[in-house]
Design a protein around this ligand. Structure first.
Ligand SMILES: [Zn+2]
Length: 473
């Protein structure tokens, strides 16, 4: 009965309900409630996808295959000049769109390296215009696989097959986002955290023949890593008339966020793969069934590689489990473990207070102090480099998207400063400004610092800005 009271429209008293019940027509109350609820719902036209101003968290999902059909130039290693020769596992784009009280949040995960070379700005403009989204309502991100195509819109320099691929990708992303916005239903959400040793700090201290030291890309098992595996579960609640009966709510999506480069495979590999994060997504979907989508998001992993890194190929020796499969499966199993432990879900507008799933978003472009790439010292007034930060809140779960390759210490600082129970730090999101290292590592140098476009003080500004945005949601 409690639920019936919670849903009573104003003006219908408890006494009336009891008298209705006595006459055996309680079903009519449900119908009246549904009718009244529907009649106050207003809708705004948004490029053919209605933005409903009804209270209660709703979500829609979509998954679309984005595996290149032709051979393409592959992303991530400048030494790799040839075209891809085959496909080990398919690439996908996965979308989860949320809506509550006219406010939206669209999370897009793609099995790509990132949106580089102006493609982030291009795709964002197209998507924001098409669906009338506010800048903070879109998280367009990539898992940073180095075994996928280079997206490009550079008509002069881009390979024709990559240009064609990128055009098709645009159409597919629009299609997937439209489907997720068109196919929304009430959902409940919950989050949990696990841990994984799959990622390793890659800043290795090495000594040359005369004993001088430097930081090289390798494996530093003692260096900091963010081992958290953040998992969010979306379920479709059972219809009210079935609640309390045997049977489970239906899981429709499992998001996870983990800080590692997707670089088990190196520059000698020529087959397409989602690498460790893509294989983890595929594993989770295989276990949970193909109706569930499992988008991955790359946490702050600028200096984190998989434990086995930059290998030339999938090892086919009899009995050997290829490293990307081994590590992807290990991460995927932790995701499923965490998922199965998430008991309480919240945000379903029909049962919980609507505030539990409320959506708030923010977007900022920072002009950060810059430095020339491949130099640590710099002229005083080197031009600023811009970086996009996106923040969103979904009840007590927060998301911070950063348009750069963020070193892991920075992600951990943002999580520590966040006022939310769970904060998903999502990198390669809404931009690709390059490596963002913390100030103290500039003394050590190394690859990420040399190739960064940012001055040492940039990271502190980003952490402060992200924290302020989170606190303001
Ligand atoms: Zn990278």
């Amino acid at each position: 009965m409690r639920e019936v009271f919670d849903r009573l429209p104003k003006g219908v008293s408890i006494g009336q309900v009891f008298s209705l019940r006595q006459t055996g027509t309680i079903v009519i109350v449900f119908l009246v409630c549904l009718f009244l609820r529907a009649s106050v719902v207003q809708s705004k036209e948004s490029a053919g996808v209605l933005r409903k101003e009804s209270i209660g968290l709703r979500a829609g999902t979509a998954k679309i295959d984005i595996t290149p059909e032709k051979s393409v130039k592959m992303a991530g290693y400048s030494s790799r000049t040839g075209l891809s020769t085959g496909v080990h596992d398919p690439l996908s784009a996965r979308v989860i769109a949320f809506e509550n009280n006219g406010k939206r949040l669209v999370l897009v995960s793609t099995d790509l390296i990132g949106f580089t070379g102006g493609t982030a700005e291009h795709f964002r403009k197209v998507i924001l215009e098409q669906f009338k989204l506010e800048p903070g309502e879109l998280f367009l991100s990539a898992i940073h696989t180095h075994a996928g195509p280079s997206p490009t819109i550079d008509e002069k320099e881009g390979h024709p097959n990559n240009l064609e691929y990128t055009k098709t990708l645009e159409t597919k992303l629009i299609e997937a986002i439209r489907k997720s916005l068109n196919d929304m239903s009430p959902v409940q959400i919950g989050a949990g955290v696990g841990y994984s040793p799959v990622g390793a700090n890659r800043r290795e201290l090495r000594f040359d023949s005369v004993g001088d030291s430097s930081i090289k890309l390798g494996r530093n098992p003692y260096g900091p890593t963010d081992k958290e595996v953040l998992v969010m579960k979306l379920v479709k609640p059972l219809p009210a008339e079935l609640s309390g009966q045997a049977g489970d709510d239906t899981i429709i999506a499992v998001l996870f966020d983990y800080a590692t480069h997707a670089t088990c495979l190196g520059g000698k590999n020529y087959v397409i793969s989602g690498d460790v994060l893509g294989l983890a997504e595929q594993f989770v979907e295989k276990i949970l069934g193909q109706d569930v989508i499992a988008p991955a998001f790359a946490g702050a992993s600028g200096n984190i590689d998989p434990w086995f890194r930059v290998l030339p190929e999938f090892n086919t020796e009899p009995g050997w489990v290829p490293e990307p499969v081994l590590l992807g499966t290990m991460l995927g199993e932790e995701v499923v473990h965490v998922l199965r432990d998430i008991g309480k879900v919240s945000g379903g507008g029909e049962i919980n207070p609507p505030d539990e799933g409320r959506i708030k978003t923010a977007f900022a472009t920072l002009e950060l102090p810059g430095k020339p790439r491949n130099q640590i010292t710099m002229e005083k007034d080197f031009p600023a480099t811009s970086l996009n930060i996106t923040a969103a809140r979904l009840g007590d779960i927060a998301f911070v998207g950063i348009g750069a390759e963020v070193l892991t210490e920075i992600g951990m600082s943002i999580k520590a400063a966040s006022p939310y129970k769970h904060t998903f730090v999502i990198t390669h999101c809404n931009g690709s400004a390059g490596y963002l290292p913390p100030k103290h590592l500039y003394i050590e140098g190394g690859y990420e610092i040399n190739s960064s476009p940012f001055a040492p003080q940039a990271a502190d500004i980003v952490v402060k800005q992200a924290t302020e945005m989170l606190c303001g949601l």
